[in-house]
Design a binder for this molecule. Structure first.
Ligand code: T46
Length: 193
C-alpha cells in the first residue's frame, strides 16, 4: 500500500497493493496502523455505501459542520466515479480549489479527504457502488452543501451534458453565497487519471 500527495494538503491518494495470481487478486483495503501513521491519525466510526444505477449521476458537494465534520476514505468496489474534493478551509491558500480523480474497481485507487472539504462524485458507469468510511457520525442538522456546478469552483466533470442529481443537490448554494467576503479563486487542477 502506498500513498500519493495531491495538489490539496489534506487530500491523499492511497494505492493498495494487489497480490495477483491465477485465481485473481488479494489486497488489504484498510490497515489502521498504516493509515494512522502514514495518512491521518483518525478513527472511523461509520461505513457508508451508495449505488448509482446510471452514469452521470452526481452526489454532492456535501460536508458536515463542526462539531461533526467528517474525514472520508473513499473506495469503489464496482464501476467507476470521478471523485472530487473542494477546499472549504477559509484560512487555506487553496480555499475554493478542487481536486478530482477517477476511482474505479479496475484501478483500486482510494482517496482520503480530511475534514474541511466538500466531497462529491459523478458516476462514470452503470451500477457503480461507492463505499466510504467517515470519521464522524451522520448528522442531518449539521449537513451543508455547495452547488456541484458552481462556476467559481469550475469542476471539470468528465461527462458533459445533463446529469442525474437529487432535488437537494440541484438547489445547493454557490460557494460565494456562503463566504461572500472570502476571495474565491480556483486554479486549473488537472484531474489525476
Ligand atoms: C449521508 C447519509 C445519508 N443518510 C440518509 C439521508 C437520506 O434519507 C438518504 C440519502 O441521503 P443523501 O441524499 O444525502 O445521500 P448522498 O447524496 O449520497 O450524500 C452523500 O453524498 C456525498 C458524496 C457525501 O460525501 C456524503 O457522505 C453524503 O452526503 O440517506 C443516512 O442515513 N446516513 C448518512 O450518513
Amino acid at each position: 500500500m502506498r500513498i500519493e500527495p495531491t495538489t490539496l494538503a489534506g487530500v491523499v491518494v492511497i494505492i493498495p497493493s494487489r497480490h495477483s495470481d491465477d485465481r485473481g487478486y488479494f489486497c488489504e483495503l484498510f490497515c489502521e496502523d498504516f493509515f494512522r501513521s502514514q495518512v491521518a491519525d483518525v478513527r472511523f466510526v461509520q461505513d457508508n455505501q451508495s449505488l448509482c444505477s446510471r452514469p452521470a449521476t452526481v452526489r454532492g458537494l456535501h460536508y458536515q459542520r463542526s462539531p461533526v465534520q467528517q474525514g472520508k476514505l473513499v473506495t469503489v468496489p464496482r464501476g467507476a466515479i470521478f471523485d472530487v474534493a473542494v477546499d472549504l478551509r477559509t484560512n487555506s491558500s487553496t480555499f475554493g480549489d478542487w481536486f478530482g480523480m477517477v476511482l474505479s474497481a479496475e484501478n483500486g485507487f482510494q482517496i482520503w479527504i480530511s475534514e474541511g472539504f466538500a466531497h462529491g462524485f459523478m458516476s462514470l458507469e452503470p451500477d457503480t457502488i461507492t463505499n466510504y468510511k467517515v470519521t464522524a457520525p451522520y448528522s442531518a442538522s449539521h449537513e451543508g452543501g455547495i452547488a456541484w456546478d458552481d462556476p467559481d469552483i469550475g469542476i471539470r466533470w468528465p461527462i458533459a451534458g445533463p446529469v442525474i442529481v437529487s432535488p437537494k443537490d440541484a438547489s445547493q448554494p454557490r460557494l460565494k453565497e456562503m463566504h461572500a467576503d472570502a476571495p474565491v479563486h480556483h486554479q486549473e487542477v488537472a484531474p489525476c487519471v
